[in-house]
Write a protein that binds this ligand. Structure first.
Ligand SMILES: [Zn+2]
Length: 197
């Protein structure tokens, strides 16, 4: 059985306060650090390969991934109080597992679209990768930044894969694409200038 443990016990009062929390702005150097960490995480996992699966990436790191539907409402309420994350859509916990001993668990709302699910899981994964140990404004801003980078990189995957593929053919297709868009932009510029004249 999984018995959740928490690095930083959170009481009801704190949870209520969290509802009115202020926005936290990350300094640019920290954003860059998170950007690098997130991209390194994806590159380590060869995310451009066809069989890349972000859930598998997370599981391979010894992190348990559980949908909310696997828990009763009562159990979820208990877990929420121990979560590292402020967000109600996902939970990030330290748990004790019979086989693995101490490990991390991410629980996520599974009654949402695939895109939202990805955002929730990446946010919680961010708390773990960035080694957060307690709930705080900065932690939330960092997890949000991490999730944004991960999602952006994954959304670019088709173009990046195309670039990768064209590399194999000496970049001809890729260059052709760039040339065509260059010519079209030039044509548009000429048209605008004509209209202005
Ligand atoms: Zn969070």
């Amino acid at each position: 059985m999984i018995e959740p443990e928490t690095h930083c016990p959170v009481n009801e009062q704190q949870i209520e306060l969290n509802e009115e929390r202020k926005d936290f702005v990350l300094p640019p150097w920290r954003v860059l650090q998170i950007l690098t960490t997130a991209l390194d995480t994806l590159v380590e996992e060869d995310f451009l390969s066809n069989d890349f699966d972000y859930m598998e990436m997370i599981r391979r790191r010894g992190i348990r991934l559980k949908p909310y539907s696997a828990f009763s409402l009562e159990h979820l309420k208990k877990l929420r109080k121990m979560s590292l994350s402020f967000w109600k859509e996902g939970l990030c916990l330290a748990v004790t597992d019979e086989k693995q001993g101490q490990c991390r668990m991410i629980a996520y709302n599974d009654k949402v679209s695939d895109e939202i699910k990805l955002a929730i899981i990446m946010h919680e994964f961010g708390h773990i990768v960035l080694k957060h140990t307690q709930q705080c404004e900065q932690g939330e801003a960092e997890a949000l930044c991490f999730a944004t980078v991960m999602m952006t990189a994954l959304s670019f995957k088709p173009s990046l894969s195309a670039g990768n593929e064209s590399g194999k053919t000496g970049g001809r297709d890729f260059l052709q694409g760039i040339l065509i868009s260059y010519i079209r932009n030039k044509q548009r510029e000429v048209k605008i200038k004509k209209n202005e004249a």
